[in-house]
Design a protein around this ligand. Structure first.
Ligand SMILES: Cc1cc2nc3c(=O)[nH]c(=O)nc-3n(C[C@H](O)[C@H](O)[C@H](O)COP(=O)(O)OP(=O)(O)OC[C@H]3O[C@@H](n4cnc5c(N)ncnc54)[C@H](O)[C@@H]3O)c2cc1C
Length: 484
């Protein structure tokens, strides 16, 4: 029986271990932390439960496929429901907009808030689907580093979309072309942040993302986002994957252009095949001691990072939903600060996620568990003073828009910031999604899932093709294991 080692048990590491075990490998996972899941963590404090990382669940099909491919049903591990609306938006002038998933409800909402754009939005969603079906799926589900991806009927079909000028200009430019209202443009610009990029730089190709959220849907897994990695872990155990926690891999040993073993706690462990779920740049630096490739990888622009305030709130806000966005009044300036000036935004767009709206046990009665996130530049160091200043900006803005003094309502608090994200999961500069998609060639520039130098080394996770975010990470595992 061939032996495989997976370094890291993030979502892509777990998915890889499952697919490898099903393929007949004896799989061992080595994880530096005391638990699996990577960025999909959780904690409980003072009666509140918080998911610490991802909060938006889209494309459950990729979980369904993974379980089905190895002979199990996802629904036997996790149940999930489709949400009636994807997000509630709040603007500085107190305009509110609920993005319903049901098209009739959406029409009514558009008609009452953005009348002149009712048809434009519905047409946009049709175009978004067409773009995804004819080009997006191909590049998300296949390697960009295998010629057969480009010599196929699907690739031929995608060509008109790839060379279409509006898909290579910025997402913002494309949104401006199809929508009238500045506020709706801002709503559709926000999809750039789904992979940590800027709408003023990321290409119009990203206009396929609204299809995933609005046409296919936004979902909520029972038990919260952590239940997704719990399910993967349980499935891996059923397939006899062996897990080693508190086991940081320190290096790879190389013999004849192949990896021969990993070194954990000074002990070499041999295998036939190795998959790194660690940030690819740091895999080169720390495990392969290859500073040259580390430098070329880190020369690529990173995505944004985030500061998250986890607050136990002593009140129930009837006006808030599961996903809420409080927009900044100058979106261009905000992204300029994040991607050009490398500084915290003065007027940040604030995302508030409240899982107890669906999972009552996540907060005590009469209270709510708020996950409050602001996009910030990826960076090593922010001082406590800077984070405190950002917190004050968030409190002032939310207090104004919710017409309540928020600070006295905070019963409990924890804070996540780029340095913690870096330390928790070995993410270079604490970037949420690896390398940014701020140019037309970003997808082709992202590191491949295969090593050109070592025959038996593979890469999965948010820092390699097809990119960050749960659905793409699951695909990276499929691309690798299908290729073996
Ligand atoms: C605050 C936040 C919000 C987010 N929101 C969303 C969202 O709403 N939707 C979405 O789809 N995505 C979201 N993301 C992004 C998403 O979490 C990531 O893209 C995804 O989880 C990355 O998974 P991964 O497989 O690359 O591994 P990671 O989660 O990065 O895990 C890598 C694992 O490898 C381990 N490791 C690293 N080095 C070593 C070593 N040397 N030895 C042993 N173990 C090692 C780490 O400890 C970690 O467990 C968010 C991320 C954050 C932080």
């Amino acid at each position: 029986m061939k032996k495989a080692i997976v370094v890291g048990s993030g979502i892509a590491g777990l998915a890889s271990s499952i697919r490898l075990a099903h393929k007949g490998y004896k799989v061992s996972v080595y994880e530096k932390n005391d638990t699996y899941g990577g960025k999909l963590g959780y904690f409980k404090k003072d009666g509140f439960r918080f998911d610490t990382g991802p909060s938006l669940f889209t494309m459950p099909q990729y979980f369904e496929d993974l379980f089905f491919d190895v002979g199990y049903n996802f629904s036997d591990f996790v149940t999930y429901e489709k949400l009636p609306s994807s997000c509630k938006y709040f603007f500085d002038d107190y305009t509110k907009f609920v993005f319903y998933q049901d098209k009739e409800k959406l029409k009514k909402e558009l008609n009452s808030v953005f009348k002149s754009d009712e048809k434009n939005v519905l047409d946009y969603l049709v175009k978004s689907e067409e773009l995804y079906e004819n080009s997006g799926a191909l590049f998300i589900e296949n390697s960009l580093h295998k010629l057969k991806t480009f010599f196929s009927f699907k690739a031929l079909k995608s060509l008109p979309y790839l060379i279409n000028v509006e898909n290579s200009k910025s997402l913002h430019a494309k949104n401006k072309k199809y929508l009238n209202s500045e506020k709706l443009i801002q709503i559709f610009d926000r999809y750039a942040t789904y992979n940590g990029s800027s709408p003023y730089k990321t290409p119009g190709m990203m206009s396929m993302i609204p299809h995933l959220e609005q046409n296919i849907g936004t979902f909520f897994p029972k038990g919260g986002m952590r239940s997704l990695v719990d399910a993967l872990y349980q499935l891996a155990l059923k397939l006899k994957v062996d897990f080693n926690f508190n086991s940081e891999v320190n290096s790879f040993n190389v013999e004849n252009s192949s990896i021969s073993s990993i070194v954990v706690n000074d002990v070499p462990v041999k295998a036939d095949l190795f998959i790194s779920n660690m940030d690819v740049a740091l895999t080169y630096k720390k495990l392969l001691k290859d500073n040259k490739t580390f430098k070329s990888e880190t020369a690529k622009e990173r995505t944004s990072s985030g500061v998250v305030f986890y607050w136990g709130i002593n009140k129930v806000f009837e006006d808030l939903d599961l996903h809420n966005i409080f927009f900044s009044s100058d979106y261009h300036h905000e992204f300029n600060q994040i991607f050009e000036q490398d500084e915290f935004p003065e007027d940040p767009t604030i995302y508030v996620n409240i899982t107890c709206k669906h999972e009552l046990i996540d907060a005590p009665e009469g209270k709510e568990n708020w996950f409050v996130m602001v996009n910030v530049p990826s960076s090593f160091n922010y001082s406590n003073e800077e984070i405190e200043l950002l917190k004050n900006r968030v409190l002032i803005k939310l207090s104004k828009l919710l017409k309540v003094e928020l600070s006295p309502l905070i019963l409990t608090e924890e804070i996540l910031h780029p340095k913690k994200i870096k330390n928790n999961t070995n993410a270079y500069l604490g970037a949420l999604y690896g390398t940014a998609s701020n140019s037309v060639i970003s997808a082709f520039n992202r590191h491949s899932n295969f090593s050109t130098r070592y025959k038996n080394l593979y890469f999965v996770g948010g820092t390699v093709h097809p990119g960050g975010g749960i659905p793409l990470c699951l695909n990276s595992a499929k691309i690798v294991v299908d290729s073996l």
